[in-house]
Design a protein around this ligand. Sequence first.
Ligand SMILES: *[C@@H]1O[C@H](CO)[C@@H](O)[C@H](O)[C@H]1NC(C)=O
Ligand SMILES: *[C@@H]1O[C@H](CO)[C@@H](O)[C@H](O)[C@H]1NC(C)=O
Ligand SMILES: *[C@@H]1O[C@H](CO)[C@@H](O)[C@H](O)[C@H]1NC(C)=O
Ligand SMILES: *[C@@H]1O[C@H](CO)[C@@H](O)[C@H](O)[C@H]1NC(C)=O
Ligand SMILES: *[C@@H]1O[C@H](CO)[C@@H](O)[C@H](O)[C@H]1NC(C)=O
Length: 425
Amino acid sequence: MAASSVSAMSPLCSLIAVFLLVTRVKGGASPPHILLVVVDDLGWSDVGFHGSKIQTPNIDKLAAEGVVLDNYYVLPICTPTRSALMTGRYPIHTGMQHFVLYPASPYGLPLNFTTLPQKLKESGYATHMVGKWHLGYNKWAYTPTYRGFDSFYGYYNGAEDHYTHKVWDILDFRDNKEAVRDLEGRFGTFAFAERAKEIIKSHNSSNPLFLYMAFQNVHGPVEAPQKYTDKYSFIEDETRRTYAGMVDIVDEAVGNITEAMKDAGLWEDTLMVLTTDNGGGTCDHATSPLDDDDLSISIYEGIALRAGDMKLLMSVGNDTWFKPPELGGKPDKKQDIPHGKYEEIDWLATATKGTGSLLDVALYNITADPTEHEDLSEKLPDVVKALQARVQYYMKGAVPSLYRPNDPKAFIKAALDGVWTPWED
Ligand SMILES: *[C@@H]1O[C@H](CO)[C@@H](O)[C@H](O)[C@H]1NC(C)=O
Ligand SMILES: *[C@@H]1O[C@H](CO)[C@@H](O)[C@H](O)[C@H]1NC(C)=O
Ligand SMILES: *[C@@H]1O[C@H](CO)[C@@H](O)[C@H](O)[C@H]1NC(C)=O
Ligand SMILES: *[C@@H]1O[C@H](CO)[C@@H](O)[C@H](O)[C@H]1NC(C)=O
Ligand SMILES: *[C@@H]1O[C@H](CO)[C@@H](O)[C@H](O)[C@H]1NC(C)=O
């Protein structure tokens, strides 16, 4: 195995939307099957159809046949984005806006919010989830099979090792509710793709299928089997080369899964969506649209609201590394975010409390100025006013973050069971 680890715990590593790829092959009278693929932390420039040297022939083909949404928005990190994906609600409305969940975080996506699989089940779907949950597991009620999924095969947390399936040195892998203890040494993607294939194969095609394929790739620790990194020997940087292998293997898995859907006769009536949860983390040597600026995980934009051509920024930190590059902001990518700064990931906290001096407002015409260099806020005060009013509207529904520090009881339960396990039941 060719493995290199950048940092033991790097859910810190993230940024900005990559792309959403939608492909619908054919319409039918019954609801379509849905294949929802999330590639964790995939960098913007790390797919073939964005010009990468990393080979992603399967994803490229889907992009060519589908619709590419190159310009849509997600949250800057995992848990908030996934909470939105599962509920259709912005994290400020569910309390999930504060950073990512840790293995001992005593909270999760509140149980009173209906999830996407719950809704799909009401419409007759079989619902299956493979991969990363990261929306809480302090009680069983928070885990996938209690949140609308018929089956779950994967892990509750983030940033676990791809071979040992451990996070913070403790196993995190489940088949439904059962701990999976015999995968040591097997690179996770193979197990995930294989489970997806089994689900597809055994699915009764007269019923609609919802498969949520939440890949562990290409999140750190940066690890990949040598077979997949060898073809990138032209990449000198070892971490970047390994990262390339991780992208390569996830593309192969996407190919295998879509092939399985074809073999099962499902594909012609499948809606497939492929997205990332936030985009590439430079600490994992992924790329981001702001590559040159080395920005990883941040909401350096403060509050951002997009309406048509126009994008409003408010409350942009002006004395931190979240400062926009055009104002001289230059974050230090080697430095983790100090704990006090987590609040700045929290939209509401940023807006209401702020930290240091804030740049009040900026306005860009994204169509004319996609890299956001010409601030039009003084030229177009009415647009600013209208968008600010809209921000106020959203703010009215904002709830405080549910964040609570790690619960020591979680560690005790995990140590006893040898696997991260709900500890509050
Ligand atoms: C869920 O409960 C929270 C906290 O009581 C509340 O703010 C929210 O509106 C509730 N959501 C739904 C969908 O009922
Ligand atoms: C598949 O599902 C349909 C509709 O629910 C049912 O009539 C049929 O018996 C099922 N086929 C198998 C092989 O279970
Ligand atoms: C894809 O399928 C091939 C053929 O079965 C297999 O050798 C390969 O390991 C699979 N790749 C992944 C990532 O699952
Ligand atoms: C932002 O920082 C610059 C440079 O330090 C300073 O001149 C400016 O007044 C600050 N703006 C605000 C809104 O705090
Ligand atoms: C934004 O720029 C585009 C392209 O130059 C232009 O067509 C459009 O009218 C502008 N939008 C606004 C709201 O000014």
